[in-house]
Write a protein that binds this ligand. Structure first.
Ligand code: MSP
Length: 655
């Protein structure tokens, strides 16, 4: 029998900055969905990739002093880049597309021409408000308080000769698609799209640019590059081989079963993308699901908060599976959610360490302790105590499936954890430690209690595989479920494990996290990453020119340090007693305590400006200033006193 196909995609990411936990959220959700479909037995194609063209990338590359291609190569394929991150997060994508790949470039030129040849793309002039970071033109009515409605930043007036796509022509069929079908989910997003974009009147869309060059040239008018969203959206079909020879999967996998996308790009996926496909006479994807955002302190995650929400740091601290699980368990997939490290730690401790981890380790150790690791075949039911657990476990697969099919992974996990909690309660109800006191009479009953716990664990852990692929394999090893007992079919009913089930003790998969220690470690790691991100050396440009006399007015002399002590009650100041060649001691205070121990400086020859007006600091007079060199390294201020050759006598003038 031919397997059912399932084609699922994530948005392709802009490699303009490092990805944060918000980006990871969507990819993990897509991965869990893809793994679920594979578990069900589907022939899955899971696509992700990077969206590498556009003005924003061109500008960033310029700032960094590299070519746009070098810039994106570094963020995509460089150390800790997009590819590294997906590997770390155990993302099981089958394909990865980069919009700078040759085959994609060729396809886009052909796709553009298709829409031009059928009259849906025409040449005109564009005047409007443009938001550079979002690469979007907006009409006055779409602006919010005169600013970009997507990102809230300033827009500017722009005009250029451009090609237009007849989006207006598709307003009615797109409205019908949104209102009359379940194409766009969750339903709340439909009203948003229809009311905000379609009802006010869909205008034709500007689909080429001449003001920058980092894009795919329109092959029949090379001064123009294709609008980045036309380029990006088409990845979903070019990656299958549409209009290119790189792949040959279009007939098998298109239309996509679902595009998972963040809420701010639902507009592109539910209005522009269907209109483009309609224009080319191609089938439409079955669903677009617009998930919510992970927020930080109620606001958007941004580059400046980057290290706080760096998935590398979080995964290193808590483990990849725990992080994946947290993302899917905590936030209802269609809504926004507030990310915090405290919440992450609480979820790990409650669900993973307490509920699931304890259930697993208690059960496995009891089977070891009471039965030497293998259950006897003789087991005794107690319908009054077993019925609820058995019914719940037997029906779990279907309830989980319904939730996953409805793109509600959080609900699927809720179902699994209901069984986990019920199992923990079942332990208390049956009190195995009491049964174990009289094995002769209660041994068969105890064996059945253990069997039921193992079976509940088996069903739960198989269903958790899509979310925590590595640790659930280890859990299944402990429970003694072989390959045949890890399949979708094996979950259809209660009782898959053989009566004489054997367990293997293993590591504690989810140790409890100490909240305070973990938060401190995260803060330290974020600080370290912040420093590493800063330039090694920051160069300060030279000050404006001055006349020679201005310089010469400064009397700089060699001085010898006779004594040096810290100034009481000051963290910064050291008090120097200096020989300046006059025969009388000179006292200078200098704010260098952070960098030097006073005793190390005694006897050194330094340079002082000796004709500065004396001033009082912390009750002491300072007569002059010691010269030092300062610079910034990885964001930290560094200072070195100017220490000169001891052969220079005190009082020698520097010029
Ligand atoms: N390049 C476009 C997508 C083109 S698809 C044809 C893009 N890229 S992006 O890198 O800016 O965003 C990629 C995805 O990450 C989007 O779906 C976006 O919603 C998602 N997220 C970015 N920050 C997010 C959160 N803080 N929370 C959840 N998802 C977030 O848009």
């Amino acid at each position: 029998m031919e397997r059912e196909k399932f084609y699922i995609t994530t948005p392709i990411y802009y490699p303009s900055d490092k990805l944060h936990i918000g980006h990871t959220y969507c990819t993990v959700a897509t991965d869990a969905m893809a793994r679920f479909k594979r578990l069900q037995g589907c022939d899955v194609l899971f696509l992700t990739g990077t969206d590498e063209h556009g003005q924003k990338i061109e500008e960033k590359a310029k700032e960094a002093g590299v070519t746009p291609q070098q810039f994106v190569d570094n963020i995509v394929a460089g150390e800790r880049g997009v590819l590294d991150l997906w590997k770390l997060m155990n993302i099981s994508n089958d394909r990865f597309i980069r919009t700078t790949d040759d085959y994609h470039v060729l396809s886009i030129q052909r796709i553009f021409r298709r829409m031009y040849d059928n009259g849906d793309i025409y040449k005109g002039a564009y005047k409007g408000k443009y938001c550079t970071p979002c690469e979007s033109f907006w009409t006055d009515s779409q602006l919010q308080d005169g600013k970009c409605p997507d990102c809230g930043r300033e827009v500017h007036e722009a005009e250029e000769e451009a090609y237009f796509f007849r989006l207006s022509k598709y307003a009615e069929p797109v409205r019908k698609l949104l209102e009359d079908t379940d194409f766009l989910q969750p339903r709340s997003r439909v009203h948003e799209m229809v009311n905000n974009f379609i009802k006010p009147g869909l205008e034709d869309l500007c689909v080429s640019r001449t003001s920058f060059s980092w894009g795919i040239p329109v092959d029949f008018d090379p001064g123009h590059v294709v609008y980045v969203w036309v380029d990006a959206l088409s990845n979903y079909i070019t990656a299958l081989g549409f209009d290119n020879d790189r792949y040959h999967d279009y007939d098998r996998y298109w239309p996509a079963d679902v595009h998972f996308v963040g809420k701010e790009i639902v507009r592109f996926h539910s209005i522009i993308w269907p209109a483009m496909l309609m224009s080319m006479g191609l089938p439409l994807p079955k669903h677009v699901f617009g998930h919510g955002w992970l927020l930080l302190d109620g606001g958007k995650m941004s580059k400046s908060k980057g290290n706080v929400v760096d998935p590398y740091i979080l995964a290193r601290q808590f483990g990849v599976d725990a992080l994946r699980f947290f993302l899917m368990r905590t936030f209802p997939f269609g809504s926004d959610g507030n990310f915090s490290n405290e919440l992450l730690i609480q979820t790990i401790n409650t669900d993973l360490a307490n509920d699931l981890g304890n259930l697993l380790s208690r059960t496995v150790s009891m089977v070891g302790k009471y039965f030497g690791g293998t259950l006897p075949e003789q087991q005794a039911d107690d319908p009054a105590l077993d019925a609820e657990l058995v019914t719940m476990g037997g029906g779990l697969r279907d309830r989980y499936e319904a939730a996953m099919e409805a793109f509600a992974p959080h609900k699927a996990l809720e179902e699994v954890f209901a069984l986990v909690s019920r199992s923990n309660k079942y332990i208390d109800e049956n009190a195995p430690w009491i049964l174990a006191r009289d094995m002769e009479h209660n041994g068969a009953r105890l064996a059945r209690v253990m069997y039921n716990l193992l079976e509940a664990l088996r069903i739960s852990t198989v269903l958790l595989l899509p979310f925590m692929p590595e640790s659930m394999v280890k859990a299944l090893d402990q429970v003694g479920a072989d390959a045949a007992l890890r399949t979708w079919e094996s979950l259809a009913r209660w009782g898959g494990l053989p009566a004489a089930a054997s367990v293997t003790r293993g590591e504690n998969l989810f140790p409890r996290v100490d909240m305070d220690k973990a938060l401190a470690a995260l803060e330290a790691a974020a600080e370290e990453a912040r420093k590493a991100d800063l330039p090694a050396l920051e160069f300060e440009p030279p000050s404006p020119e001055v006349e020679f006399d201005t310089f010469a007015a400064c009397d700089m002399r060699a001085v010898k340090v006779k004594d040096c002590v810290p100034v009481k009650k000051s963290e910064k100041l050291l008090c120097f007693t200096l020989d300046d060649g006059t025969g009388e001691d000179r006292q200078i205070l200098s704010g260098i305590a952070k960098w030097y121990r006073p005793e190390d400086l005694i006897g050194k020859t330094l340079v002082a400006i000796v004709n500065l007006k004396p001033r009082k600091m912390m009750g002491l007079m300072s007569c002059g200033m010691l010269l030092s060199a300062t610079h910034t390294e990885h964001g930290e201020e560094k200072l070195n006193l100017i220490i000169v050759d001891d052969a220079i006598p005190a009082g020698a003038r520097l010029c």
